[in-house]
Design a protein around this ligand. Structure first.
Ligand code: S3P
Length: 431
């Protein structure tokens, strides 16, 4: 049990360089493995999820040198059979993307995961891959997945759910397929795979409305250095903290501001939040320095079209809504039900303990920020979900009593040093 305490009256001050982006770190390893030549990755996210990808690729015969400063992938385009099951632990992105990558490799692989990952739906990936010619066996739609790679044919596929993981799995398979693979999405999801494929020398086209991607198969990847930007989804916890803790002013240098990931910035601004974005020069993904000052918040209404660009930050939107002067409605977020936990359920159960007036919808929640009452139960629980754990640590800063957080260790999945960095901002150590 980790004890979380309130922020000092002087608020949060100083700066934190948030760790590298999780989505981009996974992709850099995988594209590096497929590429000819040596890929160096800087600011790689050394968290449990990304290390699961790294170990899986090593087991598939890819030589990878790892230090906290730099990861070097000695690619070659050919993977070798792993003679053990690949343990993906909690990493959903890694699992789904690897399924796409392995679907064309001429051997059988087995992917397993922890209890949470083993409950998450995998048919959304196995079905389109099977239509391309891969043989994938699941256990009633879940891990373990036994993947036998086959020669693949291209597919023209319309995503039934807004999911960058599914899109990316199909693109990784399409890259190794005969013909041009087309993926259509109604709502744009994060496009790191498309951008990184281009950086590795692959030709693909994205339509002007950003809804259709066409990828001719059989193209070689050429190794290229990848500088991973700071993770917007990690920065979001500090943005939320500095917004709701009075007398705060913080800086977050070098955060990725890919437009498919900045939904949270826009939402906080729509709620009245005070965030200054100073764009920086960068060769790859767009980058900026962020500066955040505390403010009083208004409520917000979100619908399906708002969701993909803020999908991982919705626990924080709930927390901000609990501090807003009115009723917020979040709809169109049913994908939260199949994340690391059923996040609608875990957000509602944990915030209620903190006195928040919150009700679940099938596809979201409603929160009346004017009706927040004192804590009813100081024992909160991450339920093993890294983003719920960190949201609760931020909630503790404005709680009227210390909180005891069960399973704080879940944070290691995406941000192992989160509590240390939060504490530094509370102490104003890095002014
Ligand atoms: C991710 C995509 C999102 C997101 C996840 C990372 C990715 O999942 O929630 O944390 O790196 O592609 P979905 O695409 O399944 O919504």
């Amino acid at each position: 049990m980790t004890v979380l305490t309130a922020a000092p009256a002087t608020g949060l001050h100083g700066h934190v360089r948030v760790p590298g982006d999780k989505s981009i770190s996974h992709r850099a390893l995988m594209l590096g493995a497929l590429a000819k030549g040596t890929t160096t990755i800087t600011n790689f996210l050394s968290s449990a999820d990304c290390l699961s990808t790294l170990e899986a690729l090593r087991a598939l015969g890819v030589p990878i040198t790892y230090t906290e400063q730099q990861v070097t992938v000695h690619g070659g385009g050919r993977l070798k059979p792993a003679h053990v099951a690949l343990n993906m632990n909690n990493a959903g992105t890694a699992t789904r993307l690897l399924m796409g990558l392995l679907a064309a490799q001429p051997f059988t692989s087995c992917l397993v995961g922890d209890a949470s990952l083993s409950k998450r739906p995998m048919r959304r990936v196995s079905q389109p891959l099977a239509a391309m010619g891969a043989a994938i066996d699941l256990d009633a739609g879940h891990l373990p997945a036994v993947i036998t790679g086959r020669p693949l044919k291209a597919i023209d596929y319309t995503l039934p759910v807004a999911s960058a993981q599914v899109k990316s799995a199909i693109l990784l398979a399409g890259l190794q397929a005969a013909g041009t693979t087309i993926v259509r999405e109604a709502l744009p999801t994060r496009d790191h795979t498309e951008r990184m494929l281009k950086a590795f020398g692959v030709r693909l086209t994205v339509s002007a409305d950003r809804q259709t991607i066409a990828l001719p198969g059989g193209q070689p990847l050429i190794a290229t250095p990848v500088a991973v930007p700071g993770d917007m989804s990690s920065a979001a916890f500090f943005i939320a903290a500095a917004t709701i803790v009075p007398n705060s002013h913080i800086r977050l240098p070098q955060v990725g501001i890919n437009p498919t990931r900045t939904g949270f910035l826009q939402i906080v601004r729509r709620m009245g939040g005070n965030i200054k974005v100073t764009p920086l020069e960068s060769a790859g993904e767009p980058l900026a320095d962020l500066e955040v000052t505390d403010t009083k918040l208004q409520p917000i209404d979100l619908a399906a079209a708002d969701i993909p660009a803020v999908i991982d930050e919705l626990p924080l939107v709930a927390l901000l809504a609990a501090h807003a002067n009115g009723v917020s409605h979040i709809h169109g977020a049913e994908e939260l039900r199949v994340k690391e936990t059923d996040r609608i359920q875990t957000i509602v159960s944990e915030l209620r303990k903190l006195g928040v007036a919150i009700e679940a919808y099938a596809d979201g929640f409603v929160i009346d920020g004017r009706k927040t009452s004192p804590i009813t139960d100081a024992h909160v629980d991450s339920h093993g979900d890294h983003r719920i754990a960190m949201m609760l640590a931020v909630a503790a800063l404005v709680a009227d009593a210390p909180l005891e957080l069960h399973d704080a260790a879940a944070m290691t999945v995406s941000y192992p040093d989160f509590l240390t960095d939060l504490e530094r901002l509370c102490k104003g150590d890095l002014r």
